[in-house]
Write a protein that binds this ligand. Structure first.
Ligand code: DGY
Length: 327
């Protein structure tokens, strides 16, 4: 019997690649950059499965080109805003993602960003590197305290809760906003208080965003919401770039509406090196690395492979995004 044909949109860790290469007739995109659109449309033709990354747009046009034997799209990410899930569901194509395994690693990075922005680590590092360190300065590179401050968590799912758990270690007051009601036992565990954004933003010293990207959350943090924040506040985003209105953020940082921002995700992404956000001293930008620990990327690879292999065998995915296709 011939092996299922699959397209793997980038070289992923061995923990996932090896089982795929063993079980499938696999084409693996070798370049560091994603396949250009035309190339992607061409290589998926006749495939039974696609292992996609968040940089690969999986939409109706692509599904059409792939053909009716396509059974599964396995996304190498917990987020799947790059995939038109309803279009997949309409064709009976299973969609898989990698939930859970990157929760703690992402929360670690949110904290690294929060602390680096508060205590001005990038500026301090440049200060030393550029030869400005001539003495101990009583007024040099001051920033806000983290311990005892108030953190406002927007989106109190798994990652938001992992951020809250770390905040307790810093003796912080935890407030959160979530679109659905949160179990009172969880609130008690994290000593967290839920409230609408209108109340959270004016109170928080740090605002950390943990919502997924959807029609409702696109542009959620806009000029008006930024204007509700404290002028001393720092915004941290490890969710998806388009949740924050980029132009509004540039303007807010330039005019001192808020004190700083630390971003793992941006809109556009990647952010060009000459983008205003990159040039602002009080804005720290890193290239979407929240899940980039060795262990987590290995786990994501084996989960994405497990979804892909189950899908091409016609089995239920271990982590389906559209379980309704199973009736
Ligand atoms: C995800 O999984 O959605 C992250 O953004 C990338 O790891």
């Amino acid at each position: 019997m011939s092996k299922p044909r699959v397209f793997v949109a980038r070289v992923i860790p061995d923990a996932g690649l090896r089982p795929i290469l063993e079980a499938c007739d696999a084409t693996v995109w070798q370049d560091e950059l994603p396949p250009p659109r035309e190339e992607l449309l061409r290589v998926v033709e006749g495939c039974d499965g696609i292992l996609a990354l968040l940089t690969d747009r999986i939409d109706g046009e692509l599904l059409e080109r792939a053909g009716s034997q396509l059974k599964v799209v396995s996304n190498f990410a917990v987020g799947y805003d790059n995939v038109d899930v309803p279009a997949c569901t309409a064709r009976g194509v299973a969609v898989g993602n990698t939930p859970g395994v990157l929760t703690e690693t992402t929360a670690d990075l949110a904290w690294a960003l929060l602390m680096a922005a508060a205590r001005r680590l990038p500026e301090s590092e440049r200060y030393v590197r550029d030869g400005h360190w001539r003495t101990w300065g009583p007024m040099t590179l001051l920033g806000p305290d983290i311990h005892g401050a108030t953190i406002g968590i927007v989106g109190f799912g798994r990652i938001g809760q992992a951020v809250a758990r770390r905040a307790r270690g810093f003796g912080m007051k935890v407030i959160y906003q979530n679109r659905s009601e949160v179990d009172p036992a969880l609130e008690a565990e994290f000593e967290a208080t839920g409230m609408p954004l209108e109340e959270l933003l004016p109170q928080a010293d740090f605002v950390s965003i943990h919502v997924s990207l959807s029609a409702e959350t696109k542009g959620l943090i806009d000029a008006e919401h930024l204007s509700w924040m404290k002028p001393t506040a720092i915004l941290v985003n490890t969710s998806r770039g388009p949740v924050v209105d980029t132009d509004a953020l540039v303007d807010a940082l330039r005019r001192g509406v808020i004190a700083g921002a630390a971003l793992d995700v941006t809109d556009p992404e990647p952010l060009p090196a000459d983008h205003p956000l990159v040039g602002l001293d009080r804005c720290l930008v890193v290239p979407h690395i929240a899940s980039a620990s060795f262990a987590t990327r290995n786990r994501m690879a084996s989960m994405a492979a497990a979804n892909l292999l189950a899908g091409v065998r016609g089995e239920r995915l271990p982590n389906p995004v559209n379980p309704e296709i199973y009736g």
